[in-house]
Design a protein around this ligand. Structure first.
Ligand code: AMP
Ligand code: MG
Length: 319
């Protein structure tokens, strides 16, 4: 983990340094035209887990992936005519498209929170463009602020909230738009998932159709409230101090387990392994017992996900 957060300049040397940090699984905050994003390599489970740790997010909600061009986006999502139309007009820019995730996208399951869809965007900010081009890979990036605090629009805001918790921030001045990207769902009928930097009217007139509006009390699509589409088929028992007959044990810490989230008790490693290990144990068809996990730091997000996996089926929100 970073001790001091480095302030990098927006030049060739700064881009190379940021790209090297991403390649090594580190976190770099960078300016976009909306707000500063907290970026990590979207293919690296551990790096993405560290985003949630650094922000102190109590839940694994899905993250937006940033790429340098529409061409690059097509490697991760099922492209469509509507996507092509919107991308040709509004990319690069403050528009995020939610599209079906390609099976071989190779992204960490933490990025999509196990949804079959991916939110993806091509930012217009020249520094974001320079960095993403230099890195060449997909960068998962929520806003670069501690969870629950105001989104950062300067490098100083980022440092005020996250100094010492991330490897670096790129100095890119103040963000021009200052509000988040508009999120449009293109799975089924085009829908507005979040209003933002691109006016809804511009999108509707381009598509020549009204966007389906989702109200805040719709638990399936309200931003930040995405329910996972995946719950284990097998019953899940939490806070298990031992393995009972017939159970498989998902361990944490130095226990004899079928699979262990982190034998050393490292919460970042546990978060990185969480979705993969749950899927792997679920495929064995036996009830799943889970070792106790401390309710601190990333442990809160891990326990939130596990509690939803363990909830009686009829108490779960539809999904
Ligand atoms: P933030 O990164 O903090 O700007 O928030 C990202 C927003 O995108 C959240 O409101 C998420 O719920 C939303 N989001 C990310 N991925 C998806 C997805 N696959 N489907 C729907 N919404 C998404
Ligand atoms: Mg945010």
């Amino acid at each position: 983990m970073a001790n001091a957060t480095e302030l990098l300049q927006a030049d060739a040397a700064g881009y190379a340094a940021a790209s090297a940090i991403w390649s090594a699984g580190g976190l770099v905050a960078f300016p976009t035209e909306t707000v500063y994003g907290l970026g990590a390599d979207a293919r690296n489970d551990r790096a993405v887990a560290r985003i949630f740790e650094a922000k102190g997010r109590p839940r694994f909600n899905p993250l937006i992936v940033h790429v340098a061009s529409a061409q690059a986006a097509r490697r991760y999502v099922e492209w469509s005519d509507a996507a092509e139309l919107l991308a040709s007009v509004f990319w690069p820019g403050p528009l995020t498209l939610v599209l079906p995730l390609l099976a071989d996208a190779g992204l960490s399951p933490l990025v999509t929170a196990e949804l079959p869809t991916l939110a993806i965007r091509v930012p217009a900010h020249p520094v974001a463009q320079g960095l993403l081009t230099e890195f060449g890979g997909p960068v998962a990036a929520p806003s670069a602020n501690p969870s629950g605090r105001i989104s950062p629009t300067t490098a100083a805001h980022v440092l005020a909230g996250l100094s010492g918790r991330i490897e670096a921030v790129i100095e890119g001045g103040a963000c021009a738009v200052g509000v988040e990207s508009t999120i449009v769902g293109l799975v089924g009928r085009p829908s507005l998932l979040r209003p933002g930097g691109v006016p809804v009217e511009s999108i509707e007139s381009l598509l020549d159709a009204d966007l389906v509006r989702h109200s805040a009390d719709d638990p399936l699509v309200a931003p930040g409230q995405m329910q996972s589409h995946y719950a284990p088929g097998a019953p899940v028992r939490l806070d298990a101090r031992e393995r009972r007959a017939g159970e498989v044990l998902l361990g944490f810490g130095p226990v004899d387990a079928d699979l262990n989230l982190s034998p050393s008790g490292d919460l970042v490693e546990a978060a990185a392994n969480l979705f993969g290990h749950l899927h792997a144990l679920d495929s064995r068809g036996a009830p799943i017992a889970v070792s106790p996990i401390p309710e601190t730091g990333l442990g809160r997000a891990i326990n939130d996900r596990l509690r939803r996996a363990a909830a009686p089926r009829d108490e779960r929100l539809p999904g």
